[in-house]
Structures are given as C-alpha cells and as structure tokens.
Design a protein. Structure first.
Length: 234
C-alpha cells in the first residue's frame, strides 16, 4: 500500500498547480478530502481518499503506472524539437512528471511503460534486476538455425567490450522471430541481428518482465496498469 503524503503534494501531483498554489488553495478552503473541507496543506492523505478542488473531483493521489502501445514515428523522450513524443499520446494531468521505463526507437512499436515512481522505473530498466524484454522481429533475410545458439551464448556487437548477455531467440517463420533480452543496450536487437549479417525490417515489443502489451490497446492508446501488473516488478 502506498504511504500517505501531504495534501499539497497530492493536489500538485494530479493538477497543474505548484505546491505553493496548492497550499494557498487549501488555506482558501477550496480543497476537500472525503467531502470535508481541509485547510491545512500538511495533512496526510491516502491513495484511497477522494479529493476535490472547487468541488471538482481529482484523480487519486499517488504514483501512476501506464501502459502505452507506441506507434511508429514517436520518440521515447519527454521533449523533442523535431518529432512527437510518447507523452503527446498521454491525456492526463502533469504528464511532465512521467518518465519512460524502457525506451523504444522511433521506428519500433509496442509496449512502453510510463510512471512517476522512480524506484519502480529503476527496477524495470536496471540490468541488475534482470527485467526481460520480449520483441517480435521481422528480418530482411532468412534466419539461420545457428542463430539460436549464437543468441544464447551472447553476441559481440561492434565497438562493444563484452558480449551481450545470453538471449533467447525463437524462430517463428523463415524471416520472423521472437527475441527475449535481459539488458537494454543501444539498438540492441537490431545490432545483434546485424552482427549475424541480417537486417531488422520491423520490431515490436510485446512484453516487459511479466507485463504483456494489452491486445485490446490499439496503436497510440494506453491504460493504467493493474495492481498485479505493478506488483509483478519485484
């Protein structure tokens, strides 16, 4: 269960108000908690409490965990001068507080996780936590059967000082495969196939850890994670 947090912080999390503005709103009797006006901005509130500002219900306070089906053409960044970002697809308050737990290239589609919980995000992205990522890949040429063993052993990438960690390669069809890796080096899946003389034409992330992309989500759509999905990131 999430720890209780100050009222001004909770209101700031789910609105566009700064902490100072949230304090002033409380003192001006504009905020209610569970239908009771609260004027002390230091009062602690729970994630289960119902908050209202000027009589308008607010989202529940606390960290947010979002699953997005990323389309091609969007960058995994908070800001970009040339391209739309994944945050442009999130229609929620204070998207600037969200950060991306596991980025994808601009031409890669599929599962992206966004959160404002830094510790949870670190567990998803840190190689030390071994949070596996699974991709569907379409290749330009036939995938040789020997590639399975090479992926399992680890592959030397150009300009790298060590092999990749062992990865699982499942050949689906002649030029289609499912790849599971336990780290996130730059363009890793593409470079692994390139090291074997093949080229990735399309790449789609299906799964991060035990969290699978919801098949009901169309490209560009998102939803909040379930409690079980959040807890699956140990």
């Amino acid at each position: 269960m999430a720890s209780p947090i100050r009222l001004d912080k909770a209101v700031s999390q789910v609105t566009g108000l700064s902490r100072s503005d949230a304090k002033r709103a409380a003192k001006a009797q504009r905020i209610s908690v569970n239908d009771q006006v609260v004027t002390d901005p230091a009062v602690k509130v729970q994630a289960s409490d119902s908050l209202c500002l000027d009589g308008v219900p607010l989202l529940k306070p606390g960290p947010r965990y979002i699953m997005l089906n990323k389309p091609m053409g969007y960058v995994s960044a908070t800001k970009d001068p040339k391209h739309p970002t994944v945050l442009d697809l999130i229609e929620e308050p204070n998207t600037g507080r969200l950060h991306i737990a596991g980025r994808l290239d601009i031409d890669t589609t599929g599962l992206v996780l966004l959160t404002d919980d830094g510790q949870w995000s670190h567990k998803v992205t840190s190689p030390n936590h071994h949070c596996a990522k699974t991709y569907y890949a379409q290749l330009a040429d036939k995938i040789e059967a020997t590639a399975v063993a090479k992926f399992a052993k680890g592959i030397w990438l150009n300009s790298e000082r060590r092999r990749t960690r062992p990865a699982r390669l499942q050949i689906l069809f002649a030029n289609e495969a499912r790849v599971t890796i336990g780290e996130g080096r730059y363009h890793q899946v593409k470079r692994m196939f390139a090291a074997l003389g093949n080229k990735v034409l399309a790449l789609h992330r299906e799964k991060i850890g035990d969290i699978s992309l919801d098949e009901a989500l169309r490209e560009g759509e998102y939803r909040f994670l379930s409690p079980d999905e959040i807890a699956s990131v140990k």
